[in-house]
Design a protein around this ligand. Structure first.
Ligand code: C2O
Ligand code: CU
Length: 459
């Protein structure tokens, strides 16, 4: 809290009577060290980097159309910044160190103030050395509430994460930049949990209706999920409402950074197993969040829900006439690439590997001086991502949501992160209606840190 005091004194000197601008009650979000019991109690606790001392950070809730203010206070020993993932935000508030702001040094603060045009499920996380900072715990849920919320009994956030812990010490395995994982699928944890617990439990009553807001905050893990004892509908993806709720009949796939809003009715009887299951590496289904059923809320379930109210600017118009920009996803173990441009220099595969770089987007390794594309404000753009690697990539665009365009021209749901599987091509289409410098990167954070980060400019 030294910071607050220093600022306060400086302010008094310049404006002794008026309330100084910085002293307004901007709520703090403090990036700080903490110790959290992530593993079962028979194991040691884990020193983490956190927002406000908890893993995940506090759930931030705000009303659609309102303005959110948070003063990031950096109490860590390393520089950091906060990205508000999925918010169609003013570029200066996007939190990308090295592109939209300087990282906030230890002991310093940065004021974030953002308008919230869209309702839905979003999240916030560090965007400075994210591969390590997000893995150490710097993330939290950001929930923007509709003026008229859907008719549910409860609204629950389930932030799904994994952690790579040393079971003897409880410490994170301190090898976030391991070339082995960065050049392959990325860092996968040995403990999976929800809301900072490996044994997350949600008590519920039979026929109760819940809204479950799933957020994948893991570094690289793609979760295959299914419901048991629950009848559900998907009502939103990456914050954006679906035109019609889709019954959950199959495995749900949630890639890193993606969100999914479900409305579920608890159909299990008291004492039956219910909950959210995930497909473990050994191909068995394991409980991710248990729903323990006790008592009854109603005699029958409620039946199909209504769609969520639409957000503004959800139309992507003029797609067929828009030019297509090609962005092959390249590199990685077992495929490699001939060469690519890194730091302004053309390099062969071996040289890239020596520089700790394994991936490229359209021949460019990491951010170049010039953007991948420059778009005029209001223009519709199409980016065709062809995955020439043998790994899946969760491609995320900052500042604007997009729709995947299928070969027949049909447009998919609006989202901000799309999973592109090996040897697949995904074309995204969006209206470039938000001026500024916007990242387009893989959200497998080790990939992003070793080549899979590019940017576009909207003028
Ligand atoms: Cu969720 Cu560039 O990030
Ligand atoms: Cu990737």
């Amino acid at each position: 809290m030294k910071m607050t005091r220093r600022l306060f004194c400086a302010g008094l000197a310049s404006a002794p009577f008026a309330r100084p601008a910085f002293a307004q009650d901007m709520p703090l979000l403090t990036a700080m060290d903490a110790t959290v019991q992530l593993a079962p109690v028979s194991y040691p606790a884990t020193p983490v980097w956190s927002y406000d001392g908890t893993i995940p950070g506090p759930v931030i809730r705000a009303a659609q159309g309102s303005r959110l203010e948070r003063r990031l206070l950096n109490a860590l020993k390393v520089p950091t910044s906060v990205h508000w993932h999925g918010i169609r935000i003013d570029n200066a508030m996007d939190g990308v160190a090295g592109l939209t702001q300087d990282a906030v040094p230890p002991g310093k603060s940065f004021d974030y103030a953002l308008d919230l045009p869209d309702a839905g499920t979003y999240w916030y996380h560090a965007h400075t050395n994210s591969m390590e900072q997000v893995a150490r715990g710097l993330s939290g849920a950001l929930i923007i509430e509709e003026a008229t919320p859907p008719d549910v009994d409860r609204d629950e956030v389930l932030m799904i994460d994994d952690w790579l812990l040393d079971p003897d010490t409880g410490l994170f395995v301190d090898d976030f930049a391991a070339p082995m994982t960065r050049s392959h699928g990325g860092q996968i944890g040995n403990l999976v949990g929800v809301n900072g617990r490996y044994d997350y439990r949600l008590p519920a009553r039979q026929n109760e209706r819940l809204r479950l807001r799933l957020i994948n905050s893991a570094n690289a893990q793609i979760f295959g999920l299914k419901l048991e004892g629950l009848t559900g509908w998907t009502v939103a993806l990456d914050g954006m409402p679906l035109a019609a709720p889709e019954p959950v009949t199959d495995t749900l796939v949630l890639a890193p950074a993606q969100r999914m809003d479900l409305i579920v009715d608890v159909t299990a009887e008291e004492g039956e197993t219910a909950g959210l299951l995930f497909a473990a590496a050994d191909d068995t289904w394991r409980v991710l969040a248990e729903v323990s059923v006790e008592g009854r809320a109603a005699s029958v379930p409620r039946g199909a829900p209504q769609p969520l109210p639409r957000n503004p600017r959800m139309e992507v118009v003029g797609v067929d006439a828009a030019p297509v920009l090609d962005m092959p996803l390249q590199g990685g173990a077992m495929r490699g690439m001939e060469g690519a441009t890194f730091d302004g220099q053309k390099m062969g595969w071996q040289e890239l590997v020596q520089n700790g770089q394994f991936w490229a987007l359209a021949g460019q390794v990491g951010m170049g001086k010039t953007p991948f594309a420059t778009l005029s404000r209001g223009e519709t753009a199409r980016i065709r991502m062809t995955n020439d690697t043998i790994f899946p990539h969760a491609m995320h665009l900052h500042g604007m949501h997009f729709r995947a365009r299928k070969e027949d021209g049909a447009l998919g749901p609006m989202r901000d992160t799309v999973l592109v599987m090996p040897n697949e091509t995904t074309e995204i289409a969006f209206v470039a209606d938000n001026p500024g410098k916007w990242l387009l990167h893989c959200h497998m954070l080790g990939h992003a840190a070793s080549g899979m980060t590019n940017w576009i400019m909207v003028t």
